[in-house]
Design a binder for this molecule. Structure first.
Ligand code: GLC
Length: 543
């Protein structure tokens, strides 16, 4: 129940924009920075978020839609130019919005000039900027490592007769972070963006950058899948002990933190890391032993948890009890790599999910469109764009369905782009009714729920920064927890089932339900006989 002053990245809400799909500003059917600038008032005033995180906007051949970067210090013309970016930062800051950019350190595009130099000859000055290795005696790749996107993680370079490593597409060669020159160059990239006013980095596949020094084979994976995360096909046949997450990675993140901290503590520049590790202690080690590494490794735990009250409680309690004292939690329910939450758990439970996300202790990351309950848009195989889905068909790995255009209004293409141009991915069929404009008019809409919750969170120290503790109740279908400071107490009660529940919550106090996920209820309640309808979550204030 201690009162602490929280920093912006702790009390704030991060909104994740997939730039290709947010708003087209130049009439080519692809979202861009001008488009984002035109929607900043929506983000700051209508919605009330605090920071935006942009998926990559750098020059790129777009083999992986921008995660294959050809130049770390520029903006792809599809999205704008450096001065459009500067304008975006200025306009965002004027509205008290922070700007977080995607930083992709593990790999470049094969079109990056560094790789061109590196592959030019075995003696090239930049040869060791990437991971090159000789074949085994029989000509096969140096070890058994696999690419996440299918096939071996090694491709043969006929000209120089060596293999190069790529954890993803063969057109995305991995940088060699064991080379100090690479570290230096990549830290200069960080400075380049921080000097332009960027407030933080979301580090792509952060733990991939350090591999086993000896490049040992991965052992095979005998563990039957017990998680609910997607299957990665052949990639899951190995235990990925050696192809990522080597302990040396922590030195890099300590150095990076040092660099970020050198920009001052008043408005700290932050690092979020995409760390897809489901062993919580290992994942938590990325905060750093002295909290001197990432401000927050992104927490994907809830994506891997079945949507059942007790499983969710366990995931939250495990996190709370595992992270180092003073480390700040965060939660993710959706992003550009995961099927839409409303599709995964259903539209009704997605509202319960929003209540959870916005009332847990920790920074919420909200994926664009989830504030409306946007759903996956089915994409016919012949229209598929995502390389993951295309290279590994039949596993449901394609990510186009969760990357479709933002649904702004009932007009053609939902206001995402001009009526006459085709958007790069189809707009959802339900966009005529499920869109920002329509939902703003409806006091019970998903967007109204999200806005109310953001308002409540912003106006309550207990909800944004208070302590968390799970409460016992008599229903296993419900997850109940307390958020509190010395002056305020809130109970959140979530029914993850479809049946009505009466629960006895062991807690003293005069209780009023302030918000139901149905947005139809504000009344005194008796905690000994608290009634929740199926698919209902309640936010209850104690006085
Ligand atoms: C991360 C990104 C994903 C991308 C991959 C390769 O997982 O979130 O979209 O495809 O890295 O860069």
């Amino acid at each position: 129940m201690t009162k602490r002053i929280l920093q912006w990245w702790q009390s704030g809400i991060i909104y994740h924009i997939y730039p290709r799909s947010f708003q087209d500003g130049n009439g080519d059917g692809i979202g861009d920075l001008t488009g984002i600038i035109s929607r900043l008032d929506y983000l700051s005033h209508t919605l009330g978020i605090d920071a935006l995180w942009l998926s990559p906007i750098y020059p790129s051949p777009m083999a992986d839609f921008g995660y294959d970067i050809a130049d770390y210090r520029d903006v792809d013309p599809i999205f704008g130019a450096l001065d459009t970016f500067d304008l975006l930062v200025r306009e965002a800051h004027q509205r008290n919005l922070k700007v977080i950019i995607d930083y992709v350190p593990n790999h470049t595009s094969d079109q990056h000039k560094w790789f061109g130099e590196s592959r030019s000859s075995r003696t090239a000055a930049k040869r060791n900027w990437y991971v090159w290795a000789d074949p085994q005696e029989d000509g096969t790749p140096p070890n058994n490592w696999l690419s996440v996107f299918g096939g071996p993680a090694w491709s043969w370079d006929a000209a120089t007769e060596q293999y190069y490593l790529h954890s993803f597409l063969s057109s995305m060669p991995d940088l060699n972070w064991r080379n100090p020159a690479v570290q230096h160059a990549m830290f200069e990239v960080v400075r380049f963006w921080l000097d332009r006013g960027v407030d933080g980095l979301r580090i792509d596949t952060a733990h991939y950058i350090m591999k086993d020094h000896a490049m040992r084979d991965n052992p095979s994976n005998q563990i039957v899948h017990t998680t609910f995360h997607k299957s990665f096909g052949a990639y899951d046949t190995q235990l990925h002990l050696y192809d990522k997450g080597d302990a040396d990675v922590h030195n890099v993140f300590r150095d990076l933190r040092h660099l970020l901290d050198s920009y001052g503590q008043e408005q700290p520049r932050i690092a979020l890391g995409e760390i897809h590790i489901f062993d919580v202690p290992t994942w938590a080690s990325y905060y750093g032993e002295q909290l001197d590494e990432l401000h927050m490794p992104c927490n994907f735990g809830l994506l891997n948890t079945p949507w059942q009250a007790q499983a969710i409680r366990q995931a939250v309690d495990t996190l709370e009890s595992t992270i180092p004292a003073c480390a700040w939690p965060n939660y993710v329910l959706g992003n550009h790599d995961e099927h839409r939450i409303a599709t995964r758990i259903g539209a009704a439970q997605a509202r319960v999910g929003m209540l959870l996300l916005l009332t847990l202790r920790g920074t919420p990351t909200l994926y664009y469109g989830d504030e409306l309950g946007m759903e996956n848009v089915p994409i016919a195989p012949e229209h598929e764009r995502d390389p993951w889905g295309i290279h590994m068909p039949g596993l449901g790995l394609g990510r186009d369905p969760e990357r479709t255009p933002m649904q702004w209004e009932a007009s053609p293409h939902a206001g995402f782009c001009h009526a006459e141009v085709a958007p790069w991915l189809p707009v959802a069929a339900n966009a005529t009714t499920m869109n920002v404009a329509t939902q703003l008019e409806d006091p019970q809409s998903f967007l109204s729920l999200t806005r109310k919750l953001i308002d409540l969170r912003r106006s309550s120290l207990a909800l944004s920064g208070g302590s968390y503790r799970a409460l016992e109740s008599t229903s296993t279908n419900c997850f109940v927890y307390m958020r509190e400071t010395a002056d305020e107490r809130w109970i959140v009660a979530l029914n993850t089932g479809t049946q009505d529940q009466i629960l006895n919550v062991t807690c003293a106090g005069d209780a009023s339900i302030i918000l139901s996920t149905y947005l139809d209820r504000q009344e005194h309640v008796d905690l000994a006989t608290l009634a929740l309808r199926g698919n209902e979550g309640g936010l209850i204030q104690l006085t």
